[in-house]
Write a protein that binds this ligand. Structure first.
Ligand SMILES: [Zn+2]
Length: 322
């Protein structure tokens, strides 16, 4: 169902899409919580064929598995995992995989049934499903907020998940997986400290992050920043006129000088905010930069790794808000 509303004043026409099925239905999960049990062991020829969904998961597995695995990543730069529909090519890639890792907590919302099917045939693991519920943020509809990778310390718990899966699946290389995991864990601990120290240099009253969708709640909790997204924790349901107007008022009242666009989400809502502030409230807001939210940057660039993506976001936010 597609409805259009005309906003009073200067804001442009905004399409509001109500998607069937977003709301009540809980996500199918393969398994929540530990202990991790891998039902089979690897018997094929190396490298192990791993399929990962997002860049963040691919990077994680690459770091822990090292040379023993070949990783195929389904979602590249600029791809929105909330909306991603697997192609028939993806289905055959998954069919040919030895083992599958995905992010979970309903991030890959349109792939849930496929993962359930795959889990019946081969080791299939959602890395965030093994993080205890007490650390997971949810919203009023009891949907889990899936964007855990923005709290680096919390995301680093997934290192142990991948390590434990690989150690059981390929016990021959257990010592290497353990050593790789320790090394990666150390670099993530340093990354967490970097984010904390850098963001603390922005004065508290200016530490407000306004983005296209609500991907940064874990980031806000971990690094003491107030966060607001135009869209909710999924990009599936679009922002309402009321939500846009409330944010315009918030930006003007708090005299916030920059908002941010995201590489995997359309800029149109953020632009509506800027226009609303300028014309309706006589308050100038600029785009503070582009953040990588649900997808990393281009492979081979600094932002094409998890660590580079986090550093880019932190540096961009600090520069724009300070
Ligand atoms: Zn998201």
């Amino acid at each position: 169902m597609l409805q259009r509303f005309h906003l009073p004043g200067s804001l442009a026409w905004i399409s509001i899409v109500f998607l069937a099925g977003c709301g009540g239905k809980p996500a199918p999960v393969v398994k929540t919580g530990g202990p991790i049990v891998v039902a089979s062991t690897f018997k094929g020829e190396y490298p192990i064929k791993v399929v990962a969904t997002t860049g963040m998961v691919g990077d994680l597995v690459r770091n822990v598995a090292g040379e023993h695995a070949q990783i195929t990543q389904l979602m590249g730069e600029g791809i929105d995992p909330h909306l991603y529909k697997p192609s028939s090519g993806d289905v055959s890639t998954l069919n040919n995989a030895d083992i599958i890792f995905y992010s979970g907590r309903n991030l890959e919302g349109k792939m849930g049934d496929l993962f359930v099917r795959m889990a019946g045939r081969k080791p299939t693991f959602a890395v965030t499903d093994y993080i205890e519920d007490q650390f997971i943020l949810d919203n009023e509809e009891q949907h889990f907020d899936p964007h855990l990778w923005f709290d680096v310390a919390l995301w680093s718990k997934t290192v142990g998940v991948v390590r434990d899966v690989l150690v059981q699946y390929d016990p021959k290389h257990a010592a290497e997986y353990q050593a790789n995991a320790d090394k990666y864990q150390k670099s993530l601990t340093a990354l967490h400290e970097y984010a904390k120290t850098q963001l603390a240099t922005v004065p508290k009253e200016q530490r407000v992050l306004v983005t296209a969708h609500d991907a940064f709640r874990y980031f806000g909790r971990a690094y003491d920043i107030e966060v607001r997204g135009v869209q909710g924790i999924s990009t599936e349901s679009e922002a309402s006129v009321k939500e846009i107007n409330e944010l315009v008022q918030f930006l003007a009242n708090r005299k916030i000088k920059a908002v941010f666009v995201e590489s995997s989400v359309s800029e149109k809502n953020v632009k509506a905010l800027i226009e609303g502030c300028q014309k309706g409230r006589n308050h100038t807001v600029v785009i503070g930069g582009e953040l990588y939210s649900d997808a990393m940057g281009k492979p081979g660039t600094p932002q094409g790794s998890y660590e580079g993506m986090i550093r880019h976001n932190v540096d961009t936010i600090v520069k724009a808000l300070k």
